[in-house]
Design a protein around this ligand. Sequence first.
Ligand code: ASP
Length: 905
Amino acid sequence: MADISILTSRVAIMSALFLIKCLLVVPFVQGSRQKTVVNVAIFLQEDDDWVEITQVAIRSAVQLVKSRTSYSIQPHVYQFRGDKVYEAGEKVCDLITKGLAAIFGPESPEINELVQSLSSTLQIPQFQTIWNPRLSSLTADRSSPIFNLHPSAAALSKALATLVKDNDWKSYTIIYENDDGLLRLRESLNRRPADPAVTFRKLGPGPDYRPVLKQIKYSEDVHFILDCKAARILEVLRQAKEVNLLEDYHSYILTDLDAHTLDWTHFRNIRTNITAMRLLDPSSKALKSVTKAWKVNPPIIKTRTALLYDAFNVFVTSLADVEANNVTAAILRLDCDKRETAEHGAHLAEMARKYHDSRGILPGPLSGTISFDRQGQRQNFELQIIEYSKSEPSLFRLVGTWKSSNPNGVSYSVTSEEREKELQKEIQQKNFRVVSRLGAPYLMARVPEEGKIFYGNSRFEGYSMDIMQEICNVLNCSFTFELVPDGKYGNFDPVKKEWNGLIGHLLERKADLAICDLTITYERRRAVDFTMPFMTLGISVLYARAVKEPPELLSFSHPLSLDVWLYMATAYLVVSMIIFLVARINPNDWENPHPCDPRPTELENIWTIRNCFWLTLGSIMQQGCDLLPKGISTRMAAAMWWFFSLIMTASYTANMAAFLTMERMGPTIERAEDLAGQTKIKYGCLAGGSTCSFFKDTNFSTYHQMWIQMESADPTVFERSNADGVKRVLSSKRTYAFLMESATIEYEIERQCDLMQVGGPIDSKGYGIAMTTNFQYRKSFNEAILKMQEMGTLHRLKEKWWKEMNGGGQCAEDKQSSDEAATELGLDNVGGIFVVLAVGVAIALLFAVCEFLWNVKKVAVREHISLRESLKRELRFAFNIWDRQKRLGRRSSHLPSEEKREEIK
Ligand code: ASP
């Protein structure tokens, strides 16, 4: 009995509950044929120009659902401003009391916050179509009824980071609209050391963004991520154009997924690189068919419209799935103030998580594959990477696809060959602004004939000009040369923190390229890009050749100093006298005058003063003498003299050779390093050039020591240009050497024959064409240079400007003749010896005349004839060269006298 009473009371309670429920629940079945009415709330943006199309989409979706399912969707569409949170809340709660199946939107983050919290508390499914940074924290660890169809911030910032990496940006600026933008781009903020440098600039409320844009322009960054709503993009870019931030070297990545839907006709002439991303594929069948059905022309819709439509699809499909699974999931009438939960919420959320495109009730999806992760965040989607087309202005073209399943790469649909072709086309339309500086033979001003004026490129000529011409012949481009105002190559000023010269000019974007004898250095390479080198060289020394002084007449005496000559003469006299004395006192030198007589009554000594002088003279002249001493002491004295003569003659000969070749041996320095160990020759280099920097920054002690010497030199050893350095070397009479690059030295010594290069290059580097970083045509330029190198064009140009033009090759003859001169001595070198010979012979003749006259007198006395007759007779005999025998007179005039005989013995 008790059981029965319990049972009846339970049935009573259940019947009562059923009755209450029936009153609170939206009637699912309104008659057997009637459709189930399902209330949904849709929040649209108030200032949305696309609201009409969105409403068309809603109506179309409602219609389709009605025709394909047993439901009749009752959409309650609201448009609120972001600050109308309270009103929006009231509306939602009002609907909830009538039984609300799902909420779509809203787009305002403030209203969304409220709706999201109601939805999660009451378990009413919400389908969000905006980027929502707080979704994951709210829905973590439980199966929430909130779903977001918009790609997550993490995914978007991953895609952006991949694009930045692929574009090889070394630094960039993120221009963001509001602080949410920073959250959206957090991947860029998660910086690793190797990542590019990022600067953040907030756009501000507008409508005038110029102050911020000017600051950005001043920062000299050229790569930007522009994070602002699609509606503001064109205005921001228009103002960017006004402050010259929309030049062809600027690159932008736009974060809004609707950038391609804007009207870009005002930007048809820009050549800036603009990259964007989109979720919708305009070529997809589903999108085409719905836009046709909705009569949207051109067939472009906003992402949020497509997402709303797709959300609808997910919702109705999940609803149908819930019913198909025979799950009782009534849509209850609830109260916002009570702690109740909707029954259908959890079931519907479960089905939505299992949603698959193939089951979709509506055609689609419009925004690509739809699936959700545990947090209800959309996953496994694709973004199309699009670029603002330069060939078809105001249109974007597809260049690749980024997949959330492979976030670190973009699969590009444009092949590198296609890109190459496009670049080539672009180059053909370009007129490159080339900056340079004057300096022979790289660039020289042409002197116009009288009455003529040169304009543009015809003002200049030179190697750089020819190289550019050849490159443009290969690439089919054109160029205009201009001179850098300060005439410098390019140095970083650490105080002003800026570059000067050609590099500064490039960085200020006043030119596209810089070409001259501009050395590729590490420091410059960090500021700008360079092509591959078109010439290789190294630092070497420019020095003046030894000037040929005409040799002196008595230059043969130079090998020995005057002192040595005097000492030698004294030694000659003294030794001759000593030999004379020693011979007199040495018995061995007293000889028998008649060797046949064994007992001579007297002895004789041949070592008269004259013979002694003759012996010493003969030996020092290396001729010897027919008289030789016999005594040990005389021999000893003579031997010592011979030894002395041997050494002296050998020294003289050796020194003579050195003296004669001295001027051909050139300077006393043979390598750059030799300069370091001396102070006689001053040396310097071009101020502010890479040569100076080499010595300044080197770790090699010798070169560093050279730098210290250069710096401390007074007057300064630095020159403003290479030409000034050359002039100083020429005028300094070998007291100044100029450290210069070997290519320019080669050029100078081809023309200035008094100059020479000392030693080989002390380093190795190259000249390249400088260009701004990430210069998109760099590869083409490199290829052109390589081609020119292989075809011998670079060599031909070098020969032309070094050896042929402007007096080139004139020192070749000079060099040859100086080489030849090295093998023979001129008359100047040996003239003095001829003079000595002539004087000697003249003196000998004089003596001969004296001796002759003396003999004439003696004959006259002896023969008792007159002097005249004697002279006549002797002359007649002397000049009769055929007469080989001389007759004596009555008393032989030619018999040797007593003294003479003695002397001969
Ligand atoms: N070619 C050098 C430069 O680019 C100039 C020099 O130092 O000779 O700076």
